[in-house]
Design a protein around this ligand. Structure first.
Ligand code: ZN
Length: 315
């Protein structure tokens, strides 16, 4: 997609961090205060005689990061290794104001990544999820024919990002391609928190029992870090439930109750400080669901439903 305002590298957390679309002026302006501090000198346009204050600003960023890490991870346990490649922080264009989501940043997390399966050691590293340690990530599931969940998630997220941009939003994605590894689940939460998303969604499809069908909305359970967004996440989940039914996918026959499943074992929900739900858009192990999930029409329909839910919640 075309760059409209150029790019900046973001180093504070070593994570992919993209903002797309409408609120670039607002998002960029907001984040310029906090994020540009951590940006490398390559973005500087200072003259050669201007004093460089990089050392001071770098120290500030490092201190902030360390404080956050200590809160999330018990000091008695080892800090997991981090091998995430530094990726660009991209701000793309400004659309006209006055649209339903103008001025809002929306977080979108396409679960897993297309090459996760190539690096088991990366996936096995332990990350703190707010209650306990868990694996950095998994490969995700796939249909009996080998269509991967990572691809599904990424397709829906891409359609959704486009829809949200058209509504005027700035969109933060936790990964920008389906040809990479990671980031870990804790970093995905951190990315969406740092972006101060008005609302965020983790997009997945399930690997449930082959006889089971349907979509489920996974909701956070209060654990301290996410206490302030339990009620708002529930409200957003209700918006997702009412809108996602328009896709024709039934409510899950096996996961949760009436479409909702409360989970305290997922980093994306345990660590969130912004309203968020995780949606399992269907069951890739079920042949009927699989034929639906792999269709472009459904993926686009799912994105529209999620965009409608986000607009209903935020607007
Ligand atoms: Zn998944």
């Amino acid at each position: 997609m075309p760059y409209r305002r150029g790019w900046h590298a973001r180093w504070a957390f070593g994570s992919a961090f993209m903002i797309l679309g409408a609120t670039a002026a607002v998002a960029c302006g907001t984040q310029a205060v906090s994020r540009n501090r951590g940006m490398p000198a390559v973005t500087s346009t200072s003259s050669t005689t201007e004093p460089v204050t990089t050392t001071t600003t770098t120290t500030t960023t490092t201190t902030t990061t360390t404080t956050t890490t200590n809160v999330l991870r018990p000091p008695a346990l080892p800090t997991p290794s981090t091998t995430t490649t530094l990726l660009p922080f991209t701000i793309l264009g400004a659309l006209p104001a006055g649209r339903p989501l103008s001025g809002k940043v929306i977080g979108v997390d396409p679960g897993h990544n297309g090459l996760n399966y190539t690096d088991p050691a990366y996936l096995d590293q332990q990350v703190w999820n707010g209650r306990e340690y868990e694996d950095c990530d998994t490969t995700g599931t796939q249909t009996p024919n080998g269509y991967t969940e990572a691809q599904f998630n990424f397709n829906v997220a891409t359609y959704l990002a486009s829809d949200l941009e058209n509504e005027g939003a700035g969109v933060v994605l936790t990964r920008s391609t389906n040809n990479g590894i990671g980031p870990c689940v804790d970093q995905r939460a951190e990315i969406l928190n740092e972006a101060q998303s008005a609302v965020a969604i983790d997009i997945h499809a399930d690997g449930g029992p082959p006889s089971g069908r349907g979509f489920a909305i996974l909701l956070p359970v209060a654990d301290g870090l996410n206490d302030a967004v339990i009620g708002s996440s529930q409200a957003f989940g209700e918006d997702v439930l009412s809108n996602f039914s328009a896709t024709g996918m039934p409510i899950s026959t096996y996961d949760g109750t009436d479409g909702f499943s409360y989970r305290d074992d997922l980093a994306g929900l345990n660590l969130t400080t912004v309203p968020k739900v995780l949606i399992e858009c269907g069951n890739m192990q079920n042949s009927t669901d699989a034929s639906v999930l792999t269709s472009t029409a459904f993926q686009q329909s799912a994105a529209v439903a999620l965009a409608d839910a986000i607009t209903a919640f935020v607007g």
